[in-house]
Design a protein around this ligand. Structure first.
Ligand SMILES: [Mn+2]
Length: 434
């Protein structure tokens, strides 16, 4: 039967683990534990091929930590007749070739060493079912696009997949820029990519599909949503579909809770509890039976008379809240307050009281105009905040704690709005008390 099934996995980063979550058994939240679940999934899904799209190990100094579990898993797959193909990424450009040399196994193939495209053809009963063309990172950083040197012969009779680690549509990337339009023009059924940890499946009709399986174990709060691997199937040379397979034991996500109209703390606690519970139920059903931890970044918003008195309560929610919902442990990593006292902002902005300035600012921010079109006073304020945020960001980047991304209007607007709301809540509460 000319059917072939693939499990596609990228960016495991063996050596790392999920941050900001505690587990009694560390392997429950480690990338190494994820590798074990990947092997299990390959066996239980009865795939023919496991495709690893790079950054399997975290760094070359993690080589010895990774080799034991990798070798064990690969031998298990081999024993069940499953072939493993890999390309190296920027993190394991060094370690993966070493691993391939050490294993000397016919059922593990590192494709495209030294940045030269290489083809593997999967056969069954003497019939070629699929070509996988791979390109590996020859060093830590590559500015030329691997797509430019991809010219292995087209084969109209056998579906072809291209596998490469790199940066989709980032022209000046140091990590193998991959221009989408040039990829779509190649005679392939699809592209299996690594590097970006957020999963992405693009499978439009009549065009090659593009897949980032993403990190199979979500590694930090920036890696939100369902994480896992991807299954691809072909029959009689035709792609049957591309579907995601959840594998992560941890899910990070933001949750917004509307607390408008809530007048006492016990009602607030109940609302937060109920919202987390129903979100956890949803996450449990989306995450499959492997999900164990849900780590939430909570935002409370809305107008409530409690607005000025929530700081202590939310700190307790963050520190203490732990819920168990259908086998999933929920915790709160951060709480953001976006609440306002019950005031009429428009009326307040026309008054001559001190809060009038804040009300005007908030109303202006809500129009979501570009910040340089705000009134003189609001513009000066937002510019000062932008400067302060940029200074702080540079310090964090210098300390290796952040990316040097641009500070866009949205980031500044959110920061100013949150601070203005907090200050307004404080002022209104003081006035109420006086
Ligand atoms: Mn990478």
């Amino acid at each position: 039967m000319s059917r072939i099934k693939l499990l596609v996995v990228g960016d495991i980063h063996i050596g790392r683990g999920s941050s900001r979550v505690s587990a009694d058994d560390p392997s429950e939240v480690s990338a190494r534990g994820a590798w074990d679940r990947i092997v299990e999934a390959a066996l239980s899904e009865s795939v023919n091929l496991l495709c690893l799209t790079g950054d399997i190990t975290d760094e070359s100094n993690r080589f010895w930590e990774a080799i034991g579990p990798l070798e064990r898993g690969l031998r298990q797959l081999e024993a069940c007749g499953i072939m493993t193909l890999a390309v190296s990424g920027n993190h394991d450009h060094d370690a993966l070739p070493r691993l391939a040399d050490q294993l000397e196994s016919a059922s593990f193939r590192l494709l495209g060493r030294a940045g030269a495209w290489q083809r593997y053809t999967h056969q069954a009963g003497g019939e070629a079912l699929l070509h996988v063309d791979g390109w590996s990172f020859p060093r830590e950083s590559v500015r030329a696009s691997p797509v430019d040197t991809y010219d292995l012969p087209a084969d109209a009779a056998v579906p072809t997949l291209a596998m490469v680690h790199g940066d989709l549509d980032v022209a000046d990337s140091r990590y193998a820029p991959l221009p989408r339009q040039r990829m779509l023009a190649k005679p392939v059924a699809g592209w299996l990519l690594g590097h970006i940890h957020a999963p992405m499946v693009e499978a439009p009709k009549d065009q090659p599909f593009i897949v980032y399986p993403g990190s199979p174990q979500a590694l930090d709060p920036g890696e939100t949503g369902v994480h896992g691997a991807v299954i691809v199937e072909f029959e009689h040379g035709r792609c049957l579909g591309v579907r995601r397979l959840p594998l992560s034991t941890v899910r990070y996500d933001g949750l917004e809770v509307d607390v408008a109209g809530i007048e006492d703390l016990s009602a607030l606690t109940m609302r937060v509890h109920d919202e987390i519970e129903s979100f956890a139920e949803q996450a449990g059903s989306e995450g499959g039976d492997r999900l164990r931890h849900l780590v939430i970044r909570l935002t409370l918003h809305g107008q409530t008379p409690l607005a000025g008195a929530l700081q202590e309560e939310v700190e307790q929610i963050r520190a203490d809240l732990e819920l168990e919902v259908a086998g999933v442990t929920c915790s709160v990593d951060r709480v953001t307050l976006r609440v306002l006292p019950v005031v009429d902002l428009a009326a307040l902005s026309r008054s001559s009281s001190p809060p009038a300035t804040l009300a005007t600012l908030l109303l202006e921010l809500r129009e979501r105009k570009p910040l340089n079109e705000l009134s003189e006073r609001s513009r000066r304020l937002t510019e000062r905040v932008r400067t302060a945020m940029a200074t702080q960001r540079r310090a964090a980047v210098f300390a290796g704690a952040a990316d040097a991304g641009d500070l866009d209007d949205d980031a500044v607007r959110e920061m100013v709005a949150a601070q203005a709301e907090a200050l307004l809540a404080e002022l209104v509460q003081q006035q109420g008390a006086s």
